[in-house]
Design a protein around this ligand. Structure first.
Ligand code: DAH
Length: 329
C-alpha cells in the first residue's frame, strides 16, 4: 500500500493530467466519494490507539480537503477553456443583416373611421359608440318603419327573438340620442351593422357612420354643403359627386349620394335627408321649433373607392398580404 504522501502525490498528478471535466469527475468520485480508497487507509489503523486514529483521520481529512480544492480549481480552469472554445466557435457574425421588426398598421376600416371622425369633430360633432344589439322599436318602429313596411325586407335582419335584433343600421342611434339630449345637438355614431347578405359588395357585418344635427333652421342646403365638404376632404377636390333623390321612411327630402368613378359608374356611398317630423314627434322634439338632418355613410364603400378595392369581402378575410399593403402617413 502506498503511503499517504505517495497517494496524495499520485492524485495531484492525476488531477493535473485530467483534461476533461468528465475525467475530473471520475477522480472526485474515486477519492472523495463513498467508496473512496481512503476508507481502506482508515481500516488499516483500526487496531491503533485512539490518539493515533484521531491524528491519522485528521491528516486524511486535510488531504481530502486539499484534493477537493485542487479538483475545484482544475474544474474552473477546464470550464474556462471550454467556454473560450465555444466563444471562438460560435462567433457572432456582425456583418449579417439583422432580422426586420414587423410593424402593424391600422386596419383600413379603422383608419377610415378615424379620418371621418377627425373631419366631423372639426364641425363640432361628438362621436359616440352605441349598442349593436338593438330592439325593434329603435331599429325600425321609431324610425317610421312599422311592421309590414316594405323597407324592412331590404334589411335582411338577424333576429334574436321577436323583439331583439342585430342592428341593421346606425340610424337607431338617432332615436336614442334625441330622447336623451336636448337640441341643439350634433353627433356621429360610427359602428358595426348587420344584414344577412354575402357577395362582392355585401358582407353580413359592415360599418356605417350615422350623423345627426338637430337645431333651429337646419335645412337641406346645410346638409348638402356638409356632405360636399366631407367628400372633397376625404377624396380630394377632383372627385365627381352626384346627389340623387331617394326615399327613406325616416327622412323627408331624402337623397342618396353617388361617387362617379373613372368608368362613369355610380357608386352609392351614403343616404341622407331631413329627419321626418314623425320621427321628431316620436322623440318629443317640437318640429315647429327644430329641424334635423341626418346621414348614414357606408364606411366600406368609402374605403373601397379610396384604396381601389373591388371585393368588399377582402376587408374581413384577415389576409396578411392584403392588410400589409396599407401604409398611412
Ligand atoms: N340607415 C340608412 C341605411 O342603412 C342610411 C341612411 C339614410 C341614414 C338616410 C340616414 C339617412 O341618416 O338620413 O340604408
Amino acid at each position: 500500500m502506498l503511503t499517504l504522501n505517495e497517494l496524495f502525490n499520485n492524485i495531484k498528478i492525476d488531477i493535473k493530467n485530467a483534461n476533461k471535466i468528465k475525467e475530473l469527475e471520475q477522480i472526485r468520485i474515486k477519492y472523495l466519494g463513498k467508496k473512496s480508497i481512503f476508507n481502506t487507509y482508515m481500516r488499516s489503523i483500526k487496531d491503533c490507539s485512539f490518539q493515533e486514529k484521531k491524528k491519522y483521520s485528521m491528516i486524511i481529512n486535510e488531504i481530502k480537503k486539499d484534493i477537493f480544492y485542487k479538483i475545484d480549481e482544475k474544474n474552473k480552469i477546464l470550464n474556462k477553456v471550454l467556454l473560450n472554445k465555444r466563444i471562438k466557435a460560435e462567433k457572432i457574425d456582425i456583418s449579417l443583416p439583422g432580422r426586420r421588426t414587423e410593424y402593424g398598421v391600422l386596419h383600413p376600416i379603422t383608419h377610415t373611421i378615424n379620418d371621418i371622425k377627425i373631419f366631423f369633430s372639426k364641425l363640432g360633432f361628438q362621436a359616440i359608440n352605441s349598442p349593436e344589439i338593438e330592439d325593434e322599436y329603435h331599429n325600425f318602429d321609431a324610425l317610421n318603419i312599422p311592421k309590414n313596411h316594405p323597407a324592412r325586407d331590404s334589411h335582411d335582419t338577424f333576429w334574436f327573438d321577436n323583439n331583439r335584433l342585430l342592428r341593421t343600421q346606425t340610424s337607431s342611434m338617432q332615436i336614442r340620442i334625441m330622447k336623451k339630449e336636448k337640441p341643439p345637438m350634433r353627433f356621429i355614431f360610427p359602428g358595426k351593422v348587420y344584414r344577412n347578405d354575402y357577395d362582392i359588395t355585401h358582407t353580413p357585418m359592415f360599418h356605417q357612420i350615422e350623423g345627426l344635427i338637430v337645431d333651429r333652421n337646419i335645412n337641406f342646403s346645410n346638409l348638402k354643403w356638409m356632405i360636399y365638404n366631407f367628400l372633397y376632404n376625404f377624396f380630394g377636390k377632383n372627385i365627381s359627386i352626384k346627389f340623387r333623390p331617394s326615399y327613406f321612411p325616416f327622412t323627408v327630402l331624402s337623397a342618396e349620394v353617388d361617387i362617379i368613378n373613372d368608368h362613369s359608374e355610380a357608386l352609392e356611398i351614403l343616404g341622407c335627408g331631413m329627419v321626418h317630423p314623425k320621427v321628431l314627434k316620436n322623440v318629443n322634439i317640437d318640429s315647429t321649433l327644430y329641424s334635423a338632418c341626418a346621414f348614414g355613410i357606408g364606411i366600406e364603400r368609402l374605403a373601397m373607392i379610396r384604396y381601389g378595392i373591388s371585393d368588399l369581402r377582402s376587408f374581413f378575410e384577415n389576409d396578411i398580404k392584403f392588410l400589409k399593403q396599407f401604409k398611412y402617413n
